[in-house]
Design a protein around this ligand. Structure first.
Ligand code: SF4
Length: 346
């Protein structure tokens, strides 16, 4: 696990690791299953775990183990049901998570890092750089805390909040294993989506490790020159190399890939850009998700005009590319990722 100052968060432990812990304390293995089940139910204290011997729970607490659920520092609720939350962990790190209601069910977008070092020029999360990685348990804790806060079930999890998931690969995989385990939350792998800005080694590994989990790639441009303008990562992993890795991903997994494309006024929203993108994706098992940019104060970029969004969508659709325009949720709150944290800390 990455060192975070929260090394004894019991939410980080897989069932096997919990088993090793309880047997070290002289207890039977099934106690681990009981504790894992309580954690998946959102237990906030060891003393909620009624069927687990008090002596074991006391021993765990004495050893420094704790349930690392975050505190709610700020919360915004939109009329459309979106809830955006600024959470803090015990070391004071603050991150954001967003709960959204869709026709197909409830979804939560969680953060994978405190800040981000990828430097995308339209994004608030990266403006103060990367503070630290989140652990898998801290990612799980966002889901549990949001479920508790909203009183709603969560059917989908998207790792698309603050941070670049593949810059914290091992803990993202740990989170996926934790939330998928049938003794805990039991969330299906196909109900999880991981979004990367294009870290190619991560894409390759992901196809091997968890081929059932959905992959989204933030593309935001139809070519290298334009991508480099807003995404420094493009200088390290070029456009052609990225598209090649994405194509191999679809071939290996047989799964459709989603390309996220934030439409920025006058930058990447022309019909020429749409035509060029369609040319790149011809014949692919791919889907383009158009996102009217969430404007960030202190950043120069503005969201594309609604007419241009429509034209861009039509130009892709007319060329046979599967495309959707993401419904703007929570437009009456600080919806841009990282904005809530910055506004509070200014
Ligand atoms: S868009 Fe994602 S990868 Fe880029 S800086 Fe923001 S959080 Fe990081």
């Amino acid at each position: 696990m990455s060192g975070t100052g929260t090394d004894k968060n019991i939410l980080d432990l897989t069932p096997d690791e919990l088993e090793a812990l309880v047997t070290r304390h002289g207890e039977k293995k099934f106690r681990a299953k009981q504790i894992f089940g309580w954690l998946g139910k959102g237990a906030g204290s060891f003393y909620d775990m009624h069927n687990v011997p008090a002596r074991l729970l006391s021993a765990l607490a004495e050893e420094g183990w704790f349930i690392g659920l975050p505190c709610v520092e700020d919360e915004q609720r939109s009329e459309d049901g979106t809830v955006k939350c600024l959470f803090s962990f015990s070391d004071g790190s603050e991150i954001e998570s967003v709960f959204m209601k869709y026709g197909y069910g409830n979804s939560i977008c969680i953060s994978s890092q405190v800040g981000c070092r990828m430097g995308c020029s339209f994004c608030a999360s990266t403006m103060d750089g990367l503070a630290r990685n989140l652990t898998g348990g801290e990612m799980l804790a966002q889901v549990l805390a949001m479920r508790d806060l909203t009183g709603e079930d969560i059917g989908h999890v998207v790792i698309m909040g603050m941070g670049e998931p593949f810059d914290n690969y091992d803990e993202v995989i740990r989170f996926i294993r934790l939330i998928n385990d049938s003794d805990g939350c039991g969330l299906g792998l196909r109900n999880i989506t991981v979004s990367t800005c294009g870290l190619i080694p991560g894409i390759k590994k992901f196809a091997e490790d968890v081929p059932q989990v959905n992959l989204a790639v933030s593309l935001h441009a139809p070519n290298q020159k334009l991508r480099e303008r807003t995404m420094p990562v493009a200088k390290k992993y070029g456009y052609d190399e990225l598209m090649d890795a994405c194509r191999k991903y679809t071939e290996k997994t047989g799964r459709r890939i989603t390309f996220e494309y934030a439409l920025i006024d006058g930058v990447n929203d022309s019909e020429d850009c749409a035509a060029e993108l369609a040319g790149r994706l011809a014949g692919w098992l791919a889907h383009v998700n158009l996102i009217p940019l969430n404007e960030v104060s202190g950043r120069e970029y503005r969201k594309a005009q609604p007419d241009n969004v429509r034209r861009f969508r039509d130009a892709l659709e007319g060329r046979g590319v599967a495309v959707t325009v993401r419904r703007t949720l929570g437009s009456d709150i600080d919806a841009a990722c990282g904005q809530l944290r910055r506004n509070r800390n200014r």
